[in-house]
Design a protein around this ligand. Structure first.
Ligand SMILES: *Cc1c(COP(=O)(O)O)cnc(C)c1O
Length: 384
């Protein structure tokens, strides 16, 4: 690491006016306090209240889907999304290995099996061409349903993920799902405000999941949402996430084993305030990308990851790709020592103990990317 690197870290600290710059922090002002205060004053802080409905309506409108169902977190949203599209015990679900653990866990909660697929360098998301070749080899359609010839299990769904806000190859993946009769469920947890050919991510899947955890582009504290254009699936998702209670003025009748996954009103109040600022956050993040581009121009052997053609990224987390000459751990050590919080990408899920036995294709690109990706501070700021 040299003087250029030191200049780089100094400029980040100057930008944020801090000695230690976090990776991503939530941004609040009076609006959040106003809505939260109002929510507390009404007494409706829990699983019923007007902010939940309002958050759902405004979110659906922003994304451009018919319905949004707000839940306690993004993992729960994914679990229910997979359940309502018909993923059953022992089904396989195709997911990238290069994703946050929630994607695989949601599959496991349904006693289904994650089947890991590779990504490409251009999008950091599922590589449709490689997947198609792979499915041609290992899978076959039996009476219209896709089966893994090696395990004899049904392959029910594909869950691509939009890594750090960058949309994956949605057209190609949608076509692939049509060809093989797979249900497309998008893990859009990181991509609120990201578009593919002008259409918002999360509108391509039959159902999609979003997250509003504290580190995401907007936050409800903890929270998530199930998105869909299918009214029947939305109704079912709402039913399942509200303990499957049959509406009645006083009786407690539940018609299946449901979940207590409804987003509390207090969290939705925070979400309503945050959603009003999403366009500002995106503008600020795009300006931050330009800032980093200028900063990195002087440093050899690294590249700021930019949105792919035909996509518009929310740039949720800024990504640097390192050349071979760098040792990932050394770079991370240097940046963190200098007061710049930097992180590697997730350990690929197929390398984790509980997922080692899961079926997978060769994951050469995943294994390459895990050694060269770092995330750097990405909190939106007005200063740039
Ligand atoms: C954040 C995230 C989720 C959901 O996380 P929660 O913390 O449960 O809200 C799911 N998938 C990905 C890729 C994520 O980044």
């Amino acid at each position: 690491m040299n003087t250029q690197w030191e200049e780089f870290t100094e400029n980040i600290k100057k930008l944020y006016e801090k000695d230690f710059v976090a990776l991503h922090e939530p941004t609040f002002n009076e609006k959040e306090i106003e809505y939260i205060t109002d929510c507390v004053k009404t007494g409706w802080v829990s699983s019923v209240g007007s902010y939940v409905t309002r958050f759902e309506e405004e979110l659906a409108k922003f994304v451009g889907v018919k319905r949004a169902v707000a839940v306690v977190n993004g993992t729960a949203a994914l679990q229910i999304a997979l359940k309502v599209v018909g993923v059953q015990v022992n089904d396989e679900v195709l997911i990238p290995s290069l994703t946050f653990i929630a994607t695989a866990n949601a599959v496991s909660y349904l006693q289904a099996i994650p089947h890991f697929v590779d990504v490409n360098v251009e999008t950091l998301g599922v590589d449709s061409f490689k997947l198609e070749k792979y499915l041609n080899e290992i899978a076959e359609l039996r009476q219209g349903e896709l089966y893994n010839k090696q395990t004899n299990r049904r392959i029910k769904a594909l869950v691509p993920m939009h890594t750090f806000g960058h949309p994956c190859m949605l057209d190609e993946l949608s076509a692939l799902c049509d060809k093989y009769n797979l249900v497309l469920v998008e893990d859009a947890a990181e991509s609120l405000g990201s578009y593919y050919k002008g259409k918002h991510t999360g509108t391509f899947g039959q159902v999609s999941a979003m997250s509003f955890n504290g580190n995401k582009i907007i936050t409800t504290g903890g929270g998530g949402a199930i998105l869909t254009d299918d009214e029947a699936l939305a109704d079912y998702a709402k039913h399942l996430t509200t303990t499957a209670k049959v509406p009645h003025r006083w009786e407690f009748i539940h018609d299946e084993i449901g979940y207590n996954y409804r987003m509390p009103n207090l969290n939705a109040a925070l979400g309503c305030a945050q959603l009003e600022k999403i366009s500002d956050f995106i503008k600020q993040k795009r300006r931050l990308t330009e800032f980093y581009e200028r900063q990195l121009a002087n440093i050899e052997g690294m590249q700021l990851f930019k949105e792919h053609v035909n996509t518009q990224s929310n740039y949720w987390l800024q990504v640097i790709l390192l050349d071979k000459q760098y040792d990932l751990d050394k770079v991370l050590c240097f940046l963190n020592d200098q007061g710049i919080m930097a992180r590697p990408i997730w350990k690929p899920l197929h390398e984790l103990e509980m997922y080692k036995q899961c079926p997978r294709m060769n994951l050469l690109v995943t294994e390459k990317l895990k050694r060269i990706i770092i995330n750097i501070p990405s909190t939106p700021t007005n200063e740039v």
